[in-house]
Design a protein around this ligand. Sequence first.
Ligand code: AHM
Ligand code: MG
Length: 336
Amino acid sequence: HSADAQRTDLMTITRYVLNEQSKHPESRGDFTILLNHIVLGCKFVCSAVNKAGLAKLIGLAGETNVQGEEQKKLDVLSNEVFVKALISSSRTCILVSEEDEEATIVEPSKRGKYCVVFDPLDGSSNIDCGVSIGTIFGIYVVKDDHEPTIEDVLQPGKHMVAAGYCMYGSSCTLVLSTGTGVNGFTLDPSLGEFILTHPDIKIPKKGKIYSVNEGNAKNWDRPTATYVEKCKFPTDGSSPKSLRYIGSMVADVHRTLLYGGIFLYPADKKSPNGKLRVLYEVFPMSFLMEQAGGQAFTGKQRALDLVPTKLHERSPIFLGSYDDVEEIKALYAAEA
Ligand code: AHM
Ligand code: MG
């Protein structure tokens, strides 16, 4: 009976967010409208990604089409779609995209109170071989929407009001937190709607998987090296962890969230600040991890406490199950 009720009572992402917002009497639906525009961008990218393999045949992104015209690369195309969708929502004032050097300040007539930081298509090395990739986003509220400044987005991650990602994998999954837990929605392609499929996601307290690019091991610092060694050769009688590494942050973090374990992109001698970008990679994923009961650590501090000083700043990141991150924190604390 209840399964049947679920089949006929569809909790779409819009309905879910409207429900959430109705708990705040002052809410005027602005967030719902903003999210709808983000969702539109995700659906567009999903459709484009699904056809990417057909690029040679029908002239899609990144290929030369039958008319001999160069098509835009998928990541460039995705960025344009998100930027235009966000501006046209009339709910944003500053946009920071991984694809754009400078922040976009929305023209006064189209301004709203939200600032959106995003990576429109992350996992670029996986695009051409059809492996999972994703979009990552974080949302801040501006102080004064008449005068938006860069300072409005150079805020610690704990000031975000929402964060999420959309994974273009074997199915298209959107994971969202508005600061009251984490929920996962799956795109039903026949309906064109994201339906709540993973309510109230909680990450296991401890996991059996570690996820890191071990090819960088020779340049790691001692705490990271010690930690990974312990994953493989545990000294406390526990079983070794399994290694899973896709090289798409969204997919690696999604698995970590559902199955537990730890994802690491540490500093190394060649990249002393790691690789991943604070505003639109590290912060949104750290926000989701904490909301799901996990932790996120930079090697020095709680990731969400970090105050970025420039738009495309990078930081090392260790995130995942509470107990696993606790272990790496202890190793860094011992070093300090
Ligand atoms: P990108 O923004 O150029 O796609 O790089 C980000 C990606 C992440 O998705 C992933 O976690 C990481 O780079 C993988 O890096 P590496 O190939 O060094 O392991
Ligand atoms: Mg990226």
